[in-house]
Design a protein around this ligand. Structure first.
Ligand SMILES: C[S@@+](CC[C@H](N)C(=O)[O-])C[C@H]1O[C@@H](n2cnc3c(N)ncnc32)[C@H](O)[C@@H]1O
Length: 509
């Protein structure tokens, strides 16, 4: 693979034996050379890559200092869920309940704070370059009484935790959105600070799905500059111009659904650098890490691919990385949440019947068409626990299953197909509380109009009228009293149904 010159940024570190090289990017040019990687040459041939204008890390920093990133939790980073992917890959990280959790690029802490609140025995650390976001995270932690979390305002390239180790490192929405020296620093930080069985969940944009999207971004940018309009208006103009091209219209519509705020930080960020999966995996290797697969075991092969598409991938079963890359290309996938561990991590454990028994599962909202008919009884038993996530052992006991190893194997397969959702600890929902109560962090979120995070770490947004009603659910009022308040604040709300929905999402403590 060709060696390329690095990007001489202010914070450029020595190459330290290779690692992620930096593409030299021509301003405004779309086609540039590929990142230089010191890891295994997976494809064994030169590749070309697509890049947007390289505005450097300073522009990235400026964006986040000037405009706070919208608070959001990301279920794909939840250690209770990512641990399942680690188990399936042969690694057993410590239980997150007493683990050390680090989030890089944590913004105002909306992903980390709910994890810290859920596991008071965990030690959580968040870091972000934006001082304002960190100040907000600290204030929210203090006001919600979350004491097992600390926040650091720093550039990730300057972070050094002097010998400290973390069992879970999370960097969501960072890798593809920072300059290459910061990408390299992120991977090196993971290699330096992961505990022996720890995992890092790092998301990045995938070249497979961005080949067609980047020209759309470039065209919309030109319209923004030439006409002085915002991103949404520019996309609307482009939509009219491209009316005859349904594939481009589909991309534009997909972008418009995200809305201007997210687009500014994602598709239209100063830096949006989608990487091929093998380059990411090789970069990780060159920094002393190892690619374990997707942080969701059901997404190693994108869930959007049907059985026929999966059939065509069968010959690649002995080469998981190539299989995943081929699947990404078939699905035109734009994003991955990757799971990494240390190169010397003990990745040797095989999934046993006992381990499957320990997993807590719940069904998808709608029963998937392709689910194995032999799991009918299992699904019926599982349905009786809705909405909880319950240990497989409990479900099998309820259905009176005899052949446990055979059932465990089927359950395992259905988890990898995304037909069952798994985590390494149960979720038991409290029902019928006399005085429903949001915990202090959720109450704070309600008062500040930011998403409430449910028991599965999924964010839940509400319309403007609902926030004041949510803020009343503080454990001092009965359901009848709350219904009275609801009639006054939002007369069109089907209050009992709405309250049950919140209850089923595990919002009440
Ligand atoms: C796209 S946002 C993602 C925020 C959050 N992780 C999420 O996914 O919701 C990227 C975050 O990375 C932070 N960031 C960017 N460059 C950084 C750097 N060099 N060091 C530390 N944080 C950085 C930004 O301030 C911002 O909060």
């Amino acid at each position: 693979m060709r060696a390329l010159a690095g990007h001489a940024g202010e914070h450029e570190r020595g190459a330290g034996g290779g690692g992620v090289g930096c593409p030299r990017i021509r301003a405004g040019g779309r086609h540039g050379p590929v990142p230089q990687l010191a890891g295994p040459d997976v494809l064994g041939e030169d590749q070309t890559t697509l890049h947007l204008v390289d505005m450097g890390n300073e522009a990235v920093g400026e964006l986040y200092q000037s405009r706070g990133y919208p608070p959001m939790s990301h279920p794909s980073t939840d250690p209770a869920a990512t641990s399942v992917a680690a188990w399936f890959a042969g690694l057993r990280p410590p239980h997150p309940g007493t683990a050390r959790i680090l989030e890089i690029g944590c913004a105002s802490g909306h992903n980390l704070l709910p994890l810290a609140a859920r596991w008071p025995g965990a030690l959580c650390t968040g870091a972000d370059i934006s001082e304002e976001a960190i100040a907000q995270a600290r204030r929210r932690a203090a006001e919600a009484g979350i004491r097992n979390v600390s926040f650091i305002a720093a550039d990730l390239r300057d972070l050094d935790f002097s010998g400290q180790e973390f069992d879970f490192i999370i960097a969501h929405g960072v890798f593809s959105w920072v300059a290459d020296d910061a990408k390299k620093a992120l991977l090196e930080l993971c290699a330096r600070h992961l505990s022996p069985s720890g995992t890092a969940t790092i998301s990045f944009n995938l070249r497979a799905g961005w080949e067609k999207r980047l020209p759309v971004v470039a065209a919309a940018r030109r319209i923004m500059e030439e006409h002085g309009v915002d991103v949404v208006k520019a996309l609307a103009i482009l939509r009219e111009v491209m009316a005859e091209h349904p594939d481009i219209i589909a991309i534009i519509d997909d972008m418009l659904v995200k809305g201007g705020e997210i687009l500014t930080f994602d598709d239209f960020a100063p830096m949006n650098d989608p990487w091929p999966l093998d380059s990411f995996a090789a970069a990780a290797v060159s920094c002393g890490l190892r690619w374990l697969g997707d942080s969701n075991p059901a997404e190693n092969i994108p869930s959007s691919l049907d059985d026929a598409a999966r059939e065509t991938l069968a010959p690649l079963v002995g080469d998981p990385l190539r299989m995943q890359m081929t699947a990404d290309a078939m699905a035109e996938r734009t994003f991955r949440s990757g799971l990494l561990c240390r190169a010397d991590a003990p990745v040797s454990q095989r999934m046993t019947t006992g381990m499957v028994m320990e997993l807590a599962v719940r069904p998808q909202e709608v029963r998937p068409a392709g689910i194995s008919p032999s799991l009918k009884d299992f699904l019926e038993a599982l349905d009786s626990f809705r909405p909880d996530s319950v240990p497989v052992a409990e479900v099998l006991e309820k259905m009176g299953a005899a052949d446990l190893p055979a059932m465990a194997k089927k359950v395992f397969q259905e988890i990898t197909r995304g037909h069952l959702r798994a985590r390494i600890e149960p979720v038991r929902i409290m029902k019928g509380m006399e005085r429903p109560r949001l915990d202090p962090f959720r109450l704070l979120c309600a008062r500040e109009h930011i998403p409430l995070v449910d028991a599965w770490h999924a964010p839940c947004l509400f319309t403007e009228k609902i926030w004041p009603l949510l803020a009343e659910i503080d454990g001092t009022k009965t359901e009848v009293e709350l219904a009275g308040i609801a009639r006054r604040l939002c007369p069109d709300l089907a209050f009992p149904v709405w309250l049950r929905h919140l209850e089923e999402r595990g919002m009440f403590a």
